[in-house]
Design a protein. Structure first.
Length: 224
């Protein structure tokens, strides 16, 4: 059985970077397909345990993007002080424990990478991950560069589109379709049409020559 294609998990704070995460997800879905992009607000079914769903999603993902805005660390500290569960922290900490997952910090809103002392212990490894910055003024170009990087990470291969009817398909460098291959239909190609014209011209010339010879013979018979 073929393995399912590796997915991309987007971790973000709803109250800060939901808009940025949504824009990233839209671009990724367009390029990679909806089934390969996980974003909790859209991907989770009602009634599922959030923690279990996150862990299952990470198991099928090869890349985790951590969208970091200006207040990312501030919110971390607030949750730590109030004892509030931080699901974003859980997502990132779980991903950092996996050796088969590429964790990429994505800086938006002009944010900088937090200092080492601003990370809790379970997120300290994120500081060592090379970050990518996305700016509103050059959003499309920078997201496209990120997609190019992820293509290499995921070892993405183009999926061949299925065709039906008379639509042609490229097989082994030979353009084929419902009419069959080129060797079976050479009369329909440029070379075949040229050969047909030459054959017709030759046949006409032969026919004219026969008629002329018969006409001359008829004249000779009358003279005798």
């Amino acid at each position: 059985m073929a393995e399912e294609p590796a997915g991309i998990f987007i971790s973000y704070r709803r109250d800060e970077t939901a808009g940025y995460a949504g824009r990233i997800a839209d671009k990724f879905i367009e390029h990679f397909g909806e089934e390969r992009v996980f974003r909790d607000i859209d991907s989770m079914e009602p009634g599922l345990d959030f923690v279990e769903a996150i862990e299952r999603a990470l198991e099928s993902c090869a890349v985790v993007l951590v969208v970091i805005g200006r207040n990312w660390t501030t919110t971390l500290k607030e949750h730590e002080q109030t004892g509030q569960e931080d699901y974003m922290q859980l997502e990132v900490a779980t991903a950092l424990k996996r050796n088969d997952v590429r964790v990429i910090p994505v800086l938006v809103q002009g944010a900088s990478m937090p200092r080492a002392e601003e990370f809790p212990n379970d997120l300290s490894a994120l500081r060592r991950r090379n970050a990518i910055e996305l700016h509103d003024s050059s959003w499309n170009e920078e997201v496209q560069r990120l997609i190019t990087t992820l293509d290499r990470v995921l070892e993405r291969r183009p999926v061949e589109k299925r065709v039906s009817g008379n639509a042609p398909t490229n097989q082994g460098g030979v353009l084929t379709g419902a009419r069959g291959n080129s060797s079976a239909n050479e009369g329909e190609g440029p070379v075949g049409r040229t050969a047909s014209k030459l054959w017709a011209t030759t046949a006409i010339r032969v026919l004219v020559g026969v008629v002329v010879v018969l006409f001359i013979l008829l004249l000779l018979l009358r003279l005798l």
